[in-house]
Design a protein around this ligand. Sequence first.
Ligand SMILES: *[C@@H]1O[C@H](CO)[C@@H](O)[C@H](O)[C@H]1NC(C)=O
Ligand SMILES: *[C@@H]1O[C@H](CO)[C@@H](O)[C@H](O)[C@H]1NC(C)=O
Length: 240
Amino acid sequence: MLTFTSISLLVLAFVKGSSASDAKRGLAFADTSDPSDISLAENTQVSWVYDWGVTAPSYLADSGITYIPMQWGASGVETFASAVTAQGAKTILGFNEPDMASQSNIEPATAASLWMEYIQPLKAQGVTLGGPAVTNGPTGTPWLAQFLGNCTSCDIDFMPLHWYGEGVGNFYNYIWSFHGEFSAYPLWVTEFASTSPDTPDVESFLNASIAYLDSLDWIKGYAWFAFYVSRIVKLFPNVN
Ligand SMILES: *[C@@H]1O[C@H](CO)[C@@H](O)[C@H](O)[C@H]1NC(C)=O
Ligand SMILES: *[C@@H]1O[C@H](CO)[C@@H](O)[C@H](O)[C@H]1NC(C)=O
């Protein structure tokens, strides 16, 4: 729901954990952040990164962390598959917040036809497809239901989702409800954050929610919004 220019709480915890959770943790690496920040995520639990773009800037491509291309909106969708193939990407993310006028803003029926023409063919090449990522606003899950209603031949491997709000209880309720409605899909929470203005609140939210996401077997990925080291170091002095 929030854009990466409008949020002020930009943190991510690095807590070493079991290998079972290793593949889940990713970075939503906004392009306004310091490229050198990425080096702090090397050799941690972080295994994937995206920046809402199609091709990685060199500091992401060289990080050793898997870059996941995203087809953000309708624009440029015709050339997405060739860009994905050229970089040898094994996983992609679909449209970003298509239910929001201020984000990629695509009608479900249009998104479904673009998907079938330009994105679905990647699957036959062995690429894992992450679907459109809707907001947790009132237009979010209804948009996704209409998209899927139009895209009966879509073969999507996992469904991303976004959440902003306050309180872990609200967050957990939302992901469980989403899981109930779209139970055919493993989920990746590709943007989430506590919007509380209170730093200790945000820290405890992050602490609790990451452990919780690690514990759920139907959550296959998550990325806090967003990764900026100045905030991380302040909240988590022992970044590892
Ligand atoms: C297809 O999407 C349109 C909006 O683009 C929606 O009105 C319609 O209900 C959807 N069809 C199904 C079967 O969900
Ligand atoms: C976060 O979790 C760690 C490890 O479980 C704990 O040591 C720390 O006190 C927690 N911080 C907060 C703010 O909950």
